[in-house]
Design a protein around this ligand. Sequence first.
Ligand SMILES: Nc1nc2c(ncn2[C@@H]2O[C@H](COP(=O)(O)OP(=O)(O)O)[C@@H](O)[C@H]2O)c(=O)[nH]1
Ligand SMILES: [Mg+2]
Length: 402
Amino acid sequence: MLEFLDTVSTTSIVVAILAILLAAVLVGANRRRSGGTETAERRDDREATASEGPLASTDVEDLEDLETLPEVPDTPADLVEEPPVEEPAEAPPVEEVLPLGERFRRRLSKTRNVLGASVLDLFGRGVDDDAWEGLEEALITADVGVTATMEIVEELKRRSREEGAVTAEAVLELLKEELRNALGSADRSLARATDAGPTVWLVTGVNGTGKTTSIGKLAAIEQREDRTVVLAAADTFRAAAAEQLGIWAQRTGAHLVRKDEGADPASVAYEAYDAATGRDADLLIVDTAGRLQNKRELMDELGKVKRVMEKQAGPLEETLLVLDATTGQNGISQAQAFLEAVEVTGIVLTKLDGSARGGIVVAVQRELGIPVKLVGLGEDIDDLAPFDPELFVEGLFADVAR
Ligand SMILES: Nc1nc2c(ncn2[C@@H]2O[C@H](COP(=O)(O)OP(=O)(O)O)[C@@H](O)[C@H]2O)c(=O)[nH]1
Ligand SMILES: [Mg+2]
């Protein structure tokens, strides 16, 4: 009986010890999971840091993405330090810009449909008067301009006779050459300051031609080349104009100088030059208004901006005139008004992508005698390109085959 009791008590002691050990193990595990009082505080700190860190600089979309992630209390403490934010806000993926030739090829399809495609058709039936007349029509439709068209076709007729170009392909090659000749070999690079102080590019043109957009795209190109850019919102006619430029400044990392609606544009430009000098910026681009309703006032205003800036900064490196390719010959007559007010050093021809009249490049250069330096090939940030006559002509006739 005594023996029996002994066995029972030994067994219950063993069971009790095992139970205590098991309980201790469980409590330990639990403490490790939730952290002790002290570690819970530290964990709170870490959570706060984490949300001020990557989350604070993340934009709204990223924050919305985070809502689908597991809630923090269920997350083991050692993972909280590195919350699974997918993409740090400061490192957007850099999209590769297509080679220039490819960009021309893709964006000139409208003009190619009018001009490129018809040439082989026309001359495929024979190099005769009908074909030459057809070519004249196509060139004029593409806005090459009447005078330039006549000259190009005369020269082509002569050369095809003399050089024995009797096939459509041979005529096409001659046409490409003549178009390249018509575009000439002007210096199309954008001038930069050679002495101390920022380079200044003044941008002018009728409203809606694409000044602000082109400035934004230019700022993107420059910033990518590690040059610091200041943008001056000297189009003070509408507050929205400065806001639009502000969005581009944000997108490109440029610094914006603006004043209230109705402020004197020359004073905005003046202060922007001061700001650019103060920041040791490489480049100042000045956006201006282009209301043609009151031409006299517009030209006075533009002249004043330029005078004030030149007094302060010396001769401006570039005064660019923005023209919209879709307005064709109208754009050229608008341009004349600007040329009377300021000395224009280069043309930015926008919306070549949206126009079947890409031939306007030839007309613009001929009639204004000013080199086309940049072309707009679309509305995206990468859609501004240096104008390259060779690649332009190749783009006009790319994939043209019978
Ligand atoms: N398709 C196309 N649209 C353009 C181009 N450049 C500008 N735009 C558009 O033209 C419109 C007017 O541009 P904006 O920069 O505001 O002209 P601004 O009044 O001269 O400053 C905007 O909708 C632009 O997106 C271009 O090269 N191609
Ligand atoms: Mg504008």
